[in-house]
Write a protein that binds this ligand. Structure first.
Ligand code: C5P
Length: 261
């Protein structure tokens, strides 16, 4: 297993004033709840139902297209750390401008597609350099929805894992130090990116939870043991009868996994 410093890495993502305290606080910094809902009202209702258990929230395309920067600003003003999952992929100048705009919203993580290439990644990185509160730029390597046939269909003559490693190397060479990947790839990317890298894995299912459409899944503990620094959990928390209780159960599993490392 790759070296994995779960308790000392990723300090830049911590609010400067928040001291390292309990295992529970540490677990709360590792869990990102995906707000996959269609309106601001639904997002705020869900956040209320989480009863302050989850500081980290992911806003993806559905909610951002519906509710725009206002929902980001509202949640930031309530003290949340926002992972803005827009998966940017365009010419370098356009992506750099979008990164600057997102940086002004004080988001803590922002995604872009590694497949945009070295110039796009370098321009994105450059756009954050003088920011007071730069977001962690996370490159998406190969979408977890893409299998071997899907990868070959877009002209890539290698396995999804080999392609993910190639793109991660390219990202690292161009100033990107964080990645989004499946739990199956996270050990390989940890070995490549080193102990300080932010590696975020979706496809997380607590034992006994429904898989829904996720094919390649892992439990929170497995993902952390394989080298993830943060895990994204959506439906197992957001569609639970009691989201706060479901979140507490995931946090307990994370705290136990961190204690073992
Ligand atoms: O509900 P569930 O836990 O499957 O939600 C996972 C979240 O992570 C969703 O917001 C999904 O869009 C996102 N995601 C993913 N796979 C990726 C990238 C993001 O499932 N490769």
């Amino acid at each position: 297993m790759p070296e994995n410093s779960l308790t000392t890495a990723f300090e830049p993502l911590r609010a400067p004033t928040s001291p390292k305290t309990s295992a529970w606080d540490e677990a709360q910094q590792r869990l990102i709840v995906a707000l996959d809902v269609p309106t601001a009202a639904a997002a705020l209702a869900l956040v209320d139902r989480l009863e302050g258990q989850c500081p980290w929230l992911k806003i993806g395309l559905e909610l951002f297209i519906a509710a725009g920067p206002a929902i980001v600003e509202t949640l930031v003003s309530r003290g949340h750390s926002i992972f803005l999952d827009l998966k940017l992929h365009d010419i370098p100048n356009t992506v750099a401008s979008a990164v600057r705009t997102a940086t002004a919203l004080n988001v803590r993580m922002l995604t872009l597609h590694a497949a945009g290439g070295p110039a796009m990644l370098a321009a994105a990185r450059e756009a954050t350099i003088n920011a007071a509160t730069p977001p962690e730029l996370l490159a998406v390597t190969v979408l977890t929805s893409m299998n071997q046939a899907q990868v070959e269909a877009v002209g890539v003559p290698r396995t999804p894992l080999a392609q993910a490693e190639l793109l991660a190397r390219m990202g690292l060479e161009n100033g990107i130090r964080g990645f989004v990947c499946s739990p199956q790839e996270v050990a390989a990317l940890r070995a490549l990116a080193g102990r300080e890298a932010v590696l975020v894995t979706p496809g997380i299912r607590p034992a006994g939870a429904a898989a829904w459409d996720q094919q390649r899944i892992a439990t929170p503990a497995q993902a952390l043991q394989q080298g993830a620094s943060h895990i994204v959990v959506g439906r197992p928390v957001t569609q639970a009868a009691d989201p706060a209780q479901a979140a507490r159960e995931v946090l307990s599993e994370i705290a136990a996994a961190l204690a073992e490392n």
